[in-house]
Design a protein around this ligand. Structure first.
Ligand SMILES: [Zn+2]
Length: 256
């Protein structure tokens, strides 16, 4: 079974003590691929070198919308150069986050559009982080069309999901669906066609119900897969195959 983690921050210090063990244990459990999205420019080099050292780890490069105060204009030029040299599988994670206190929405929008331009220039998909801003994101994507990507940790409405799908996006689901109280999210994860879904952990953040208060890990992705399969009344292996095929298609990896 091939399980594809489309969003895993395995490069972060939270994994410094045991990264090798986590990656090899995850692989034993079937998690053969992880996309590692970037957060700030100073992390790109390390992220890429960790990915190069491990087959199945795939870098995405970009500037995270929660850290706008750390991004400088020169980072966009640097991003273009780094993408040119390292050929990541996606631009990400990028987006709009209106949920955080004191978000500089204008700056987020400027950085988003500059990075969508780069994705168009390099014909790369994008990994989106969006909170409380789906309608603005969808309007931006209609104006600046990219070849597709993932809407990570999706928590919008069914109508918004459909609009992302129409724009070539897949919706990412992970540990949050294991929380019994997440009824709206669970319903959404059942209503969407399997062709629209990708799996993700967002490790070390967003742990599932069984790991509340702990570090999230790609080792838990098989658990999240099983919960999703159970909710959807589907066979876990079939769902693993479908979501991995979706991820391969999004990130241009070809089929198995
Ligand atoms: Zn993330």
């Amino acid at each position: 079974m091939e399980i594809f983690d489309t969003h895993c921050h395995i490069d972060l210090p939270a994994f410094d003590a045991d990264r090798e063990a986590v990656i090899s244990h995850a692989r034993e459990l079937g998690v053969t691929h992880m996309v590692v999205p970037a957060i700030v420019a100073r992390g790109w080099k390390r992220l890429v070198s960790i990915c190069n050292e491990h087959p199945g780890l795939l870098p995405a490069l970009g500037l995270h919308p929660m850290f706008t105060s750390e991004h400088i204009d020169a980072d966009i030029t640097a991003l273009a150069e780094t993408v040119e040299h390292t050929r990541p599988v996606a631009i990400g994670e990028i987006g709009l986050d209106y949920f955080i206190d004191g978000a500089d929405r204008k700056r987020q929008q400027t950085l988003l559009e500059a990075q969508l331009d780069l994705a168009r220039q390099f014909d790369l998909p994008v990994i989106l982080h969006v909170r409380k801003a789906h309608d603005n994101m969808l309007a931006t994507l209609r104006r600046l069309r990219v070849c597709g990507g993932t809407a990570h940790a999706f928590s919008g409405s069914l109508q918004q999901a459909q609009q992302y799908i129409d724009l070539g996006f897949r919706l990412g689901f992970g540990g949050m669906i294991t929380h019994e109280r997440a009824t709206r999210l669970r319903r959404l994860a059942c209503e969407l066609p399997a062709e629209a879904l990708v799996l993700e952990t967002d490790a070390p953040d967003m742990p599932g119900a069984a790991h509340r208060g702990q570090r999230n890990s790609p080792e838990y992705l098989p658990e999240y897969l099983h919960v999703l399969a159970q909710l959807r009344n589907e066979d876990p292996e079939t769902l693993a195959r479908q979501t991995s095929a979706n991820a391969r298609e999004v990130f241009g990896l070809g089929s198995l």
